[in-house]
Design a protein around this ligand. Sequence first.
Ligand SMILES: *Cc1c(COP(=O)(O)O)cnc(C)c1O
Length: 421
Amino acid sequence: MSHSHDSGGLAERARELDGGDPLAQYRSLFVGTEDGNEVLSYLDGNSLGRPLRRTAEDVRRFAEEEWGGRLIRGWDEKWLAEPFVLGDRLAEACLGAAAGQTAIADSTTVNLYKLIRAAVGMAGAERTEIVVDTDNFPTDRYIVEGIAAERSLSVRWIDADPATGVTTAQAADAITERTAVVVLSHVAYRSGYIADAPAITALAHEAGALIVWDLCHSVGAVPVELDAWGADFAAGCTYKYLNGGPGAPAFAYVASRHQEAFRQPIEGWMGRREAFEMAHGYEPAEGIRRFMSGTPPIFGMLPLRGMLELIEEAGIGAIRAKSVALTEFAVEAHRELLEPLGVSLASPADAAVRGGHVILEHPAFRGLTQVLWDGGVIPDFRAPQGLRLGLSPLSTSFAETLRGIEAIRSALVSTQTLAAR
Ligand SMILES: *Cc1c(COP(=O)(O)O)cnc(C)c1O
Protein backbone atom coordinates (compact mmCIF):
# COMPACT_ATOMS: atom_id res chain seq x y z
CA MET A 1 0.00 0.00 0.00
CA SER A 2 1.29 3.41 -0.90
CA HIS A 3 1.12 6.32 1.51
CA SER A 4 1.78 8.96 -1.06
CA HIS A 5 -1.29 10.77 -2.16
CA ASP A 6 -1.83 12.84 -5.22
CA SER A 7 -3.13 16.13 -3.94
CA GLY A 8 -2.16 17.84 -7.20
CA GLY A 9 -5.80 18.60 -7.92
CA LEU A 10 -6.16 20.31 -4.57
CA ALA A 11 -2.94 22.27 -5.05
CA GLU A 12 -4.31 23.50 -8.37
CA ARG A 13 -7.61 24.47 -6.67
CA ALA A 14 -5.72 26.34 -3.93
CA ARG A 15 -3.77 28.29 -6.58
CA GLU A 16 -6.98 29.18 -8.40
CA LEU A 17 -8.74 30.22 -5.20
CA ASP A 18 -5.80 32.35 -4.05
CA GLY A 19 -5.55 33.88 -7.54
CA GLY A 20 -9.21 34.85 -7.52
CA ASP A 21 -9.31 36.02 -3.90
CA PRO A 22 -10.24 39.72 -3.72
CA LEU A 23 -8.78 39.95 -0.19
CA ALA A 24 -5.49 38.20 -1.05
CA GLN A 25 -3.42 41.38 -0.82
CA TYR A 26 -4.21 41.78 2.90
CA ARG A 27 -2.34 38.65 3.92
CA SER A 28 1.11 40.21 3.50
CA LEU A 29 0.16 42.95 5.98
CA PHE A 30 0.45 40.38 8.79
CA VAL A 31 3.69 39.29 10.49
CA GLY A 32 4.95 35.85 9.52
CA THR A 33 3.06 35.35 6.26
CA GLU A 34 6.13 35.61 3.98
CA ASP A 35 7.46 32.56 2.12
CA GLY A 36 10.13 30.73 4.06
CA ASN A 37 8.72 31.58 7.47
CA GLU A 38 9.19 28.89 10.10
CA VAL A 39 5.40 28.69 10.48
CA LEU A 40 4.16 26.87 7.39
CA SER A 41 0.49 26.98 8.28
CA TYR A 42 -1.13 28.98 11.06
CA LEU A 43 -4.54 27.50 11.80
CA ASP A 44 -5.19 29.19 15.11
CA GLY A 45 -6.05 32.76 14.15
CA ASN A 46 -9.39 32.23 15.90
CA SER A 47 -7.55 31.74 19.18
CA LEU A 48 -4.82 34.34 18.78
CA GLY A 49 -4.76 36.35 15.56
CA ARG A 50 -1.43 37.25 13.96
CA PRO A 51 -0.13 40.78 14.54
CA LEU A 52 -0.26 43.36 11.78
CA ARG A 53 3.21 44.37 10.62
CA ARG A 54 2.37 47.98 11.37
CA THR A 55 1.82 47.16 15.07
CA ALA A 56 5.54 47.47 15.90
CA GLU A 57 5.67 50.97 14.38
CA ASP A 58 2.32 51.91 15.96
CA VAL A 59 3.62 50.91 19.38
CA ARG A 60 6.86 52.86 18.90
CA ARG A 61 4.96 55.95 17.78
CA PHE A 62 2.50 55.64 20.63
CA ALA A 63 5.29 55.39 23.22
CA GLU A 64 7.29 58.27 21.81
CA GLU A 65 4.59 60.66 20.66
CA GLU A 66 1.18 59.94 22.13
CA TRP A 67 2.18 58.67 25.56
CA GLY A 68 5.67 60.14 25.85
CA GLY A 69 4.75 63.44 24.22
CA ARG A 70 1.28 64.16 25.49
CA LEU A 71 1.74 62.53 28.91
CA ILE A 72 -1.28 63.01 31.16
CA ARG A 73 -2.83 65.45 28.69
CA GLY A 74 -3.48 62.38 26.52
CA TRP A 75 -6.43 61.37 28.69
CA ASP A 76 -8.44 64.50 27.96
CA GLU A 77 -7.25 64.81 24.40
CA LYS A 78 -7.98 61.26 23.30
CA TRP A 79 -7.79 58.32 25.66
CA LEU A 80 -10.89 58.85 27.81
CA ALA A 81 -12.98 58.71 24.64
CA GLU A 82 -11.03 55.83 23.07
CA PRO A 83 -13.11 52.92 24.49
CA PHE A 84 -16.23 54.44 22.91
CA VAL A 85 -14.64 55.71 19.68
CA LEU A 86 -13.23 52.25 18.95
CA GLY A 87 -16.40 50.64 20.31
CA ASP A 88 -18.54 52.61 17.84
CA ARG A 89 -16.23 51.76 14.94
CA LEU A 90 -16.33 48.08 15.88
CA ALA A 91 -20.12 48.28 16.24
CA GLU A 92 -20.48 49.72 12.75
CA ALA A 93 -17.90 47.51 11.02
CA CYS A 94 -18.74 44.17 12.64
CA LEU A 95 -21.67 44.19 15.05
CA GLY A 96 -24.59 45.77 13.21
CA ALA A 97 -25.01 48.17 16.10
CA ALA A 98 -25.67 51.91 16.09
CA ALA A 99 -23.29 54.22 17.96
CA GLY A 100 -23.42 54.68 21.72
CA GLN A 101 -23.94 51.06 22.72
CA THR A 102 -20.46 49.49 22.62
CA ALA A 103 -17.40 49.95 24.81
CA ILE A 104 -13.93 48.39 24.78
CA ALA A 105 -13.14 47.31 28.33
CA ASP A 106 -11.77 44.59 30.58
CA SER A 107 -11.73 40.94 29.44
CA THR A 108 -14.59 38.95 27.95
CA THR A 109 -14.87 37.06 31.22
CA VAL A 110 -15.22 40.24 33.28
CA ASN A 111 -17.63 41.75 30.74
CA LEU A 112 -19.80 38.64 30.82
CA TYR A 113 -19.90 38.86 34.60
CA LYS A 114 -20.89 42.53 34.52
CA LEU A 115 -23.54 42.04 31.82
CA ILE A 116 -25.13 38.87 33.22
CA ARG A 117 -25.10 40.25 36.75
CA ALA A 118 -26.74 43.48 35.55
CA ALA A 119 -29.30 41.53 33.51
CA VAL A 120 -30.20 39.35 36.50
CA GLY A 121 -30.73 42.53 38.50
CA MET A 122 -33.13 43.85 35.85
CA ALA A 123 -35.30 40.71 35.84
CA GLY A 124 -38.31 40.36 38.15
CA ALA A 125 -37.97 38.36 41.40
CA GLU A 126 -40.17 35.56 39.98
CA ARG A 127 -37.47 34.84 37.40
CA THR A 128 -35.19 32.36 39.10
CA GLU A 129 -33.26 30.69 36.27
CA ILE A 130 -30.29 31.44 34.06
CA VAL A 131 -30.25 29.43 30.83
CA VAL A 132 -26.87 28.38 29.40
CA ASP A 133 -25.68 25.41 27.36
CA THR A 134 -23.37 22.57 28.41
CA ASP A 135 -21.06 23.11 25.43
CA ASN A 136 -20.65 26.84 25.92
CA PHE A 137 -17.11 28.10 26.47
CA PRO A 138 -15.95 27.24 30.02
CA THR A 139 -15.70 30.84 31.23
CA ASP A 140 -19.34 31.47 30.27
CA ARG A 141 -20.48 28.40 32.21
CA TYR A 142 -18.40 29.20 35.28
CA ILE A 143 -19.53 32.83 35.38
CA VAL A 144 -23.16 31.74 35.11
CA GLU A 145 -22.73 29.19 37.90
CA GLY A 146 -21.02 31.79 40.08
CA ILE A 147 -23.74 34.38 39.57
CA ALA A 148 -26.45 31.78 40.19
CA ALA A 149 -24.80 30.87 43.52
CA GLU A 150 -24.32 34.53 44.45
CA ARG A 151 -27.95 35.43 43.71
CA SER A 152 -29.63 32.15 44.79
CA LEU A 153 -30.77 31.37 41.25
CA SER A 154 -30.66 28.06 39.45
CA VAL A 155 -28.94 27.17 36.20
CA ARG A 156 -31.06 25.62 33.50
CA TRP A 157 -28.72 23.70 31.20
CA ILE A 158 -29.37 23.17 27.51
CA ASP A 159 -27.69 19.88 26.65
CA ALA A 160 -26.06 20.96 23.42
CA ASP A 161 -24.81 18.41 20.93
CA PRO A 162 -21.08 19.22 20.73
CA ALA A 163 -21.11 18.37 17.03
CA THR A 164 -23.78 20.95 16.25
CA GLY A 165 -24.78 23.47 18.86
CA VAL A 166 -27.81 24.94 20.54
CA THR A 167 -30.82 24.56 18.28
CA THR A 168 -33.77 26.90 18.29
CA ALA A 169 -36.04 24.04 19.41
CA GLN A 170 -33.81 23.35 22.42
CA ALA A 171 -33.81 27.04 23.31
CA ALA A 172 -37.62 27.10 23.03
CA ASP A 173 -37.85 24.22 25.54
CA ALA A 174 -35.46 25.77 28.04
CA ILE A 175 -36.67 29.39 28.04
CA THR A 176 -39.78 29.87 30.20
CA GLU A 177 -41.53 32.44 32.37
CA ARG A 178 -38.95 31.55 35.05
CA THR A 179 -35.98 32.58 32.87
CA ALA A 180 -34.16 35.71 33.95
CA VAL A 181 -31.30 35.62 31.44
CA VAL A 182 -30.17 33.44 28.54
CA VAL A 183 -26.41 33.19 27.86
CA LEU A 184 -25.34 31.67 24.54
CA SER A 185 -22.51 31.81 22.03
CA HIS A 186 -23.39 32.94 18.52
CA VAL A 187 -20.67 30.73 16.98
CA ALA A 188 -19.84 27.63 19.07
CA TYR A 189 -16.16 27.65 20.03
CA ARG A 190 -15.75 23.93 19.37
CA SER A 191 -17.96 22.98 16.41
CA GLY A 192 -18.25 26.39 14.79
CA TYR A 193 -22.05 25.99 14.61
CA ILE A 194 -23.89 29.30 14.13
CA ALA A 195 -26.91 29.60 16.41
CA ASP A 196 -30.04 31.22 15.00
CA ALA A 197 -29.53 34.40 17.00
CA PRO A 198 -32.55 36.38 15.72
CA ALA A 199 -34.94 33.47 16.38
CA ILE A 200 -33.53 32.68 19.84
CA THR A 201 -33.48 36.35 20.82
CA ALA A 202 -37.15 36.58 19.83
CA LEU A 203 -37.94 33.45 21.89
CA ALA A 204 -36.25 34.96 24.94
CA HIS A 205 -38.22 38.18 24.55
CA GLU A 206 -41.55 36.36 24.06
CA ALA A 207 -40.89 34.70 27.42
CA GLY A 208 -40.00 38.07 28.98
CA ALA A 209 -36.31 37.13 29.44
CA LEU A 210 -33.12 38.99 28.55
CA ILE A 211 -30.32 37.56 26.40
CA VAL A 212 -26.54 37.94 26.45
CA TRP A 213 -24.72 36.87 23.28
CA ASP A 214 -21.07 35.81 23.40
CA LEU A 215 -19.55 36.89 20.10
CA CYS A 216 -15.94 35.73 20.61
CA HIS A 217 -15.92 33.42 17.61
CA SER A 218 -18.08 35.62 15.41
CA VAL A 219 -16.64 39.09 15.61
CA GLY A 220 -14.48 39.88 12.60
CA ALA A 221 -15.43 36.70 10.72
CA VAL A 222 -19.21 36.22 10.77
CA PRO A 223 -21.50 39.24 10.39
CA VAL A 224 -23.49 40.10 13.49
CA GLU A 225 -26.65 42.24 13.54
CA LEU A 226 -27.18 43.07 17.20
CA ASP A 227 -29.67 45.88 16.62
CA ALA A 228 -31.68 43.94 14.04
CA TRP A 229 -31.75 40.83 16.23
CA GLY A 230 -33.06 42.97 19.08
CA ALA A 231 -30.21 41.70 21.29
CA ASP A 232 -30.08 42.99 24.85
CA PHE A 233 -26.40 42.52 25.69
CA ALA A 234 -23.28 41.08 24.05
CA ALA A 235 -19.58 40.64 24.72
CA GLY A 236 -16.59 39.31 22.83
CA CYS A 237 -12.83 39.15 22.38
CA THR A 238 -10.59 41.39 20.31
CA TYR A 239 -7.59 39.04 20.21
CA LYS A 240 -9.12 36.37 17.96
CA TYR A 241 -10.34 37.52 14.50
CA LEU A 242 -9.65 41.13 15.51
CA ASN A 243 -5.90 40.49 15.96
CA GLY A 244 -5.67 42.69 19.05
CA GLY A 245 -2.82 40.72 20.65
CA PRO A 246 -2.60 38.41 23.67
CA GLY A 247 -5.00 39.57 26.36
CA ALA A 248 -6.23 42.59 24.39
CA PRO A 249 -9.27 44.20 26.05
CA ALA A 250 -12.70 42.89 25.10
CA PHE A 251 -15.91 44.68 24.11
CA ALA A 252 -19.37 44.91 25.56
CA TYR A 253 -22.69 45.98 24.03
CA VAL A 254 -25.65 47.30 26.02
CA ALA A 255 -28.73 48.09 23.90
CA SER A 256 -29.73 51.76 24.21
CA ARG A 257 -33.18 50.90 25.54
CA HIS A 258 -31.63 49.20 28.58
CA GLN A 259 -29.00 51.75 29.44
CA GLU A 260 -31.04 53.80 31.87
CA ALA A 261 -31.97 50.78 34.00
CA PHE A 262 -28.54 49.15 33.62
CA ARG A 263 -26.56 48.82 36.88
CA GLN A 264 -23.39 46.79 36.65
CA PRO A 265 -21.73 45.25 39.70
CA ILE A 266 -18.27 46.84 39.55
CA GLU A 267 -19.17 50.44 40.17
CA GLY A 268 -15.82 52.16 39.88
CA TRP A 269 -15.00 55.79 39.29
CA MET A 270 -14.77 55.52 35.49
CA GLY A 271 -18.43 54.54 35.28
CA ARG A 272 -19.55 57.42 37.46
CA ARG A 273 -21.28 60.54 36.29
CA GLU A 274 -18.67 63.31 36.15
CA ALA A 275 -15.88 61.02 37.24
CA PHE A 276 -13.39 63.81 37.72
CA GLU A 277 -15.54 65.60 40.27
CA MET A 278 -14.41 62.76 42.56
CA ALA A 279 -17.64 63.32 44.43
CA HIS A 280 -19.11 61.35 47.32
CA GLY A 281 -21.24 58.34 46.39
CA TYR A 282 -21.66 56.48 43.11
CA GLU A 283 -24.13 57.67 40.49
CA PRO A 284 -23.98 55.93 37.13
CA ALA A 285 -22.86 57.95 34.10
CA GLU A 286 -25.23 58.45 31.19
CA GLY A 287 -25.29 55.90 28.38
CA ILE A 288 -22.73 53.19 27.70
CA ARG A 289 -20.16 55.01 29.84
CA ARG A 290 -21.79 53.46 32.92
CA PHE A 291 -20.46 50.09 31.77
CA MET A 292 -16.92 51.21 32.67
CA SER A 293 -15.26 50.35 35.97
CA GLY A 294 -11.63 51.49 36.08
CA THR A 295 -9.02 53.16 33.89
CA PRO A 296 -9.26 51.82 30.35
CA PRO A 297 -6.26 49.85 28.96
CA ILE A 298 -5.37 52.23 26.12
CA PHE A 299 -2.04 50.57 25.35
CA GLY A 300 -3.80 47.23 24.85
CA MET A 301 -6.25 48.76 22.37
CA LEU A 302 -3.53 49.98 20.05
CA PRO A 303 -3.52 47.07 17.55
CA LEU A 304 -7.29 47.38 17.27
CA ARG A 305 -6.95 50.83 15.71
CA GLY A 306 -5.04 49.35 12.77
CA MET A 307 -7.18 46.25 12.47
CA LEU A 308 -10.42 48.23 12.34
CA GLU A 309 -9.05 50.29 9.46
CA LEU A 310 -8.46 47.06 7.57
CA ILE A 311 -11.90 45.60 8.31
CA GLU A 312 -13.60 48.88 7.41
CA GLU A 313 -11.77 48.83 4.09
CA ALA A 314 -12.33 45.15 3.29
CA GLY A 315 -15.92 45.02 4.54
CA ILE A 316 -17.37 42.29 6.75
CA GLY A 317 -19.44 40.90 3.82
CA ALA A 318 -16.31 40.20 1.76
CA ILE A 319 -14.57 38.84 4.86
CA ARG A 320 -17.41 36.38 5.47
CA ALA A 321 -17.38 35.35 1.80
CA LYS A 322 -13.67 34.50 2.05
CA SER A 323 -14.23 32.76 5.39
CA VAL A 324 -16.88 30.52 3.81
CA ALA A 325 -14.58 29.79 0.84
CA LEU A 326 -11.75 28.86 3.23
CA THR A 327 -13.83 26.48 5.34
CA GLU A 328 -15.41 24.96 2.20
CA PHE A 329 -11.92 24.33 0.83
CA ALA A 330 -10.78 22.85 4.15
CA VAL A 331 -13.77 20.48 4.12
CA GLU A 332 -13.01 19.52 0.52
CA ALA A 333 -9.35 18.82 1.37
CA HIS A 334 -10.44 16.87 4.46
CA ARG A 335 -12.75 14.69 2.35
CA GLU A 336 -9.97 13.88 -0.06
CA LEU A 337 -6.94 13.59 2.25
CA LEU A 338 -8.11 12.81 5.78
CA GLU A 339 -11.48 11.09 5.66
CA PRO A 340 -9.95 7.97 4.03
CA LEU A 341 -7.68 7.73 7.11
CA GLY A 342 -10.64 7.67 9.50
CA VAL A 343 -10.83 11.39 10.32
CA SER A 344 -14.33 12.80 10.73
CA LEU A 345 -15.69 16.31 10.35
CA ALA A 346 -17.30 17.44 13.61
CA SER A 347 -18.43 20.83 12.29
CA PRO A 348 -21.60 21.48 10.30
CA ALA A 349 -21.22 20.39 6.66
CA ASP A 350 -23.48 23.27 5.60
CA ALA A 351 -21.47 26.51 5.37
CA ALA A 352 -24.61 28.57 6.11
CA VAL A 353 -24.52 27.39 9.74
CA ARG A 354 -20.73 27.15 10.07
CA GLY A 355 -18.51 29.94 11.38
CA GLY A 356 -14.86 30.58 10.55
CA HIS A 357 -13.36 27.35 11.84
CA VAL A 358 -13.77 23.60 11.39
CA ILE A 359 -13.04 20.82 13.81
CA LEU A 360 -11.82 17.38 12.74
CA GLU A 361 -11.76 14.31 14.97
CA HIS A 362 -9.50 11.28 15.22
CA PRO A 363 -8.25 9.31 18.27
CA ALA A 364 -4.61 9.96 17.28
CA PHE A 365 -4.95 13.75 17.26
CA ARG A 366 -3.97 14.25 20.91
CA GLY A 367 -0.52 12.81 20.25
CA LEU A 368 -0.15 14.51 16.86
CA THR A 369 -0.57 18.10 17.93
CA GLN A 370 2.96 18.52 19.32
CA VAL A 371 4.43 16.89 16.22
CA LEU A 372 2.55 19.33 14.01
CA TRP A 373 3.52 22.36 16.14
CA ASP A 374 7.18 21.28 16.03
CA GLY A 375 6.92 21.17 12.25
CA GLY A 376 5.47 24.69 11.98
CA VAL A 377 1.85 23.64 11.43
CA ILE A 378 -0.29 25.13 14.17
CA PRO A 379 -3.87 23.99 14.70
CA ASP A 380 -5.53 23.86 18.12
CA PHE A 381 -6.17 20.63 20.00
CA ARG A 382 -9.56 20.34 21.65
CA ALA A 383 -10.04 17.39 24.00
CA PRO A 384 -10.76 14.57 23.70
CA GLN A 385 -9.79 14.11 20.04
CA GLY A 386 -10.42 17.28 18.05
CA LEU A 387 -8.10 19.33 15.87
CA ARG A 388 -9.61 22.75 15.36
CA LEU A 389 -8.58 24.64 12.25
CA GLY A 390 -9.20 28.37 12.52
CA LEU A 391 -9.00 30.10 9.15
CA SER A 392 -8.64 33.81 9.73
CA PRO A 393 -9.95 35.37 6.51
CA LEU A 394 -7.61 38.35 6.22
CA SER A 395 -4.38 36.52 7.04
CA THR A 396 -4.90 32.93 5.78
CA SER A 397 -4.44 31.73 2.20
CA PHE A 398 -5.89 28.66 0.54
CA ALA A 399 -2.35 27.33 -0.06
CA GLU A 400 -1.60 27.74 3.66
CA THR A 401 -4.79 25.84 4.50
CA LEU A 402 -3.80 23.00 2.18
CA ARG A 403 -0.23 22.87 3.59
CA GLY A 404 -1.75 22.38 7.04
CA ILE A 405 -4.11 19.61 5.98
CA GLU A 406 -1.36 17.83 4.02
CA ALA A 407 0.83 17.96 7.13
CA ILE A 408 -1.96 16.47 9.24
CA ARG A 409 -2.26 13.67 6.69
CA SER A 410 1.50 12.97 6.73
CA ALA A 411 1.62 12.94 10.53
CA LEU A 412 -1.37 10.62 10.69
CA VAL A 413 0.10 8.29 8.07
CA SER A 414 3.37 8.10 10.08
CA THR A 415 1.60 7.15 13.31
CA GLN A 416 -0.58 4.60 11.53
CA THR A 417 2.50 3.09 9.88
CA LEU A 418 4.26 2.90 13.26
CA ALA A 419 1.20 1.32 14.84
CA ALA A 420 1.02 -1.28 12.07
CA ARG A 421 4.61 -2.44 12.68
C1 LIG B 1 -12.05 32.95 23.77
C2 LIG B 1 -13.37 32.95 24.43
C3 LIG B 1 -13.56 33.58 25.67
C4 LIG B 1 -12.36 34.14 26.39
O1 LIG B 1 -12.60 34.95 27.46
P1 LIG B 1 -11.36 35.70 28.12
O2 LIG B 1 -11.91 36.46 29.23
O3 LIG B 1 -10.74 36.55 27.05
O4 LIG B 1 -10.36 34.67 28.56
C5 LIG B 1 -14.85 33.64 26.18
N1 LIG B 1 -15.89 33.09 25.52
C6 LIG B 1 -15.72 32.45 24.32
C7 LIG B 1 -16.90 31.87 23.61
C8 LIG B 1 -14.46 32.36 23.76
O5 LIG B 1 -14.30 31.73 22.60
